[in-house]
Design a protein around this ligand. Sequence first.
Ligand code: NI
Length: 178
Amino acid sequence: MAILPILVAPHPVLRKKCVPVDSIGDTERKLLDDMLETMYDAPGIGLAAPQIGVAKRMLVMDIARANDAPTPLKIINPEITAASEELYSYEEGCLSYPEQYADVKRPAKVTVTYLDETGAEQVLEAEGLTAVCIQHEIDHLDGINFVDHISSLKRGMIMRRLKKEQARMGKNNKVTAD
Ligand code: NI
């Protein structure tokens, strides 16, 4: 397994509509393993493929707390098939927006169908933090970032803070070919 560099906003790959995965083989399985390792290392509770420069519909998640047994999910080609009218607000962050947080309102419950790493179809009934996380990650696959759900005023503040931090760190946020 390998820890991959995580792209930081603004980056063009974070704004791409990702393409569906058409076959699931060793390459895809290795990528999902690398994404999980990268996510645990960060640390984070979710990571979508575009965040490591791959514009394909794949994501990983694990909302288990640090001292609990891991509950990794490897999710390919997810579709939200149902969403509750009831909303839930949660202070979200994102590994591509380091140290930036904002309250985002989303449906409290969602049903998601997806393929696992063996290609088998799975159905996930998600609520609470699982619902927050999977909707945030699926957004990434459509080039939508959590800051798109907040006011332009707040978004502007976050983008300026990120830019300042990037300048301070002297980070080279290079474009990764895909
Ligand atoms: Ni994110």
